[in-house]
Design a protein around this ligand. Structure first.
Ligand code: NAD
Length: 434
């Protein structure tokens, strides 16, 4: 199959590369010239384990191309995948500006019948809206079929997820179009779930909202654990053994972040509101997450009285390990609060510093050397459970810091182990070690 993918972010690039790897001829289109230039040389603009190798291989084997020109990019295509961003508007609803533009780009540049597949996360009904724009703007009589094919990959393991996903959702009115997309995906060996367009669009939002609910639920339980003297790690484990509950997404911490859960939960409350439904449960999930992100700052304030003049090491900036994505990372909220409270921040992250610079004030010192971040600090706040932090020799805290006081937002260390070292340790949903 000849496929075009529009948008080469975390979803579009991984999709394009993976489709080329299973034998399709793929042209990836992006409006960002610098990015396209780098990708042509086999350099991925994002950090994703395993992606560079696959890019280089498929470029070399003549199945993967990059362009900024929509006409060239669509010239041979039987199928066009849309994978542009759908960020949030000020009111929390999904911003469809990029989607609008791509629909117009398609209408202006195709010259044969086409199947348009939307991978971007879009409100229910958007695939029909895309088809309407294309059909209204088309200057020649061509058939346009639409397929909703929402994406479920996780940043940090997106290459693995594409080849080992739980399901591929295909929502279509046209049986023929659905069959083509199913065939395209057959080599992945991932089970396909066929449904209608609107249900496919809803499956994506409902899945993310459910996972966010699980996280906020366990975080609330962790807050109660601290008050009643229970241990959240034991509680999660005991709950997770029940197959109806499952152990995944039951890890307490300082809340969810990233480019999807925050915006998709808000967008779903808006979608509901647009249809006169008050999605109270999801609004609470969002509110709980907001409080949870400030949890460690409250703990530090309680411990020190004031944070004015304190040197604080923030360990981990990316919204989760194995990604350089800083969108909606808890570190941004935490660092801003620390600075407002008069603290000086030195932050460690192995990968995300370049992206972090776009989100954080200039007076935040950043390093990819964990020892430098810890040196002479009054306390450390663990935000992202990077391997470098989890595997740190705990002796280092007392050796490097002025006072080894640790606030761990990801429960990186077992309490029994912490007790063997000279450190004061506050984590989530567990008793403090003082
Ligand atoms: P992103 O912001 O990383 O990338 C979007 C890309 O689209 C950018 O490179 C941008 O330059 C390009 N673009 C914008 N307009 C264009 C146009 N007219 N023509 C060509 N290129 C254009 O976005 P992302 O994180 O990959 O997310 C894309 C979509 O997938 C979103 O709807 C998101 O909600 C959804 N999604 C994301 C993830 C994730 O983990 N990031 C997972 C599942 C679903």
């Amino acid at each position: 199959m000849k496929i075009s993918v529009v948008g080469t972010g975390y979803v579009g690039l991984v999709t394009g590369v993976a489709l080329s790897h299973i034998g399709h001829v793929v042209t990836c289109i992006d409006i960002d010239e610098a990015k396209v230039e780098r990708m042509r040389k086999g350099i991925s603009p994002i950090f994703e384990p395993g992606l560079d190798e696959l890019m280089i291989k498929n470029i070399a084997e003549g199945r993967l191309f990059f362009t900024t020109n929509h006409r060239d990019g669509f010239a041979q295509a039987d199928v066009i995948y849309i994978a542009v961003g759908t960020p949030e508007n000020e009111d929390g609803s999904a911003n469809l500006t990029f989607i609008d533009q791509v629909a117009r780009d398609i209408a202006e540049n195709i010259s044969k019948d086409i199947i348009v597949v939307t991978k971007s996360t879009v409100p229910v009904g958007t695939n029909y809206y895309i088809r309407d724009i294309i059909e209204k703007q088309l200057k020649v009589d061509l058939q346009v079929d639409i397929v909703s094919n929402p994406e479920f990959l996780r940043e940090g393991s997106s290459v693995h997820d594409t080849f080992h996903g739980d399901r591929i959702v295909i929502g279509a009115d046209s049986d023929d179009a659905a069959k083509v997309i199913e065939e395209i995906n057959t080599p992945f060996g991932v089970p396909v779930y066929r449904t209608d367009v609107r249900s496919a669009e809803m499956i994506k939002y409902a899945s993310n909202a459910f996972l966010a609910t699980k996280i906020s639920f366990i975080n609330e339980i962790s807050n109660i654990c601290e008050k009643v003297g229970a241990d959240i790690e034991s509680v999660s484990q005991g709950m997770g053994l029940d197959k109806r509950i499952g152990s995944l997404f039951l890890k307490a911490g300082i809340g969810y972040g990233g480019s999807c859960f925050p915006k998709d939960t808000k967008a779903l409350t808006q979608i509901a509101a647009n249809h006169d439904h008050n999605f109270e449960l999801l609004k609470s999930v969002i509110e709980v997450n907001k409080h949870q992100q400030s949890m460690l700052v409250h703990k530090a304030l309680e411990r020190f009285g004031t944070l004015r003049g304190k040197n604080i090491a923030v360990l981990g900036l990316a919204f989760k390990p194995n990604t350089d994505d800083m969108r909606e990372a808890a570190s941004i909220v935490i660092i801003r609060q620390l600075i407002d409270l008069g603290a000086t921040v030195k932050a460690f992250d192995p990968i995300a510093i370049n992206n972090a610079k776009k989100h954080l004030p200039d007076n935040v010192e950043m390093t990819n050397n964990i020892e430098k971040a810890l040196k002479d600090s009054d306390c450390a706040i663990i935000v992202t459970e990077w391997k470098e932090i989890k595997e740190l020799n705990l002796e280092q805290y007392a050796r490097l810091m002025k006072t080894p006081v640790i606030f761990d937002g990801r429960n990186c260390y077992e309490l029994e182990r912490v007790k063997e070292y000279d450190m004061e340790y506050y984590s989530i949903g567990r008793r403090p070690i003082v």
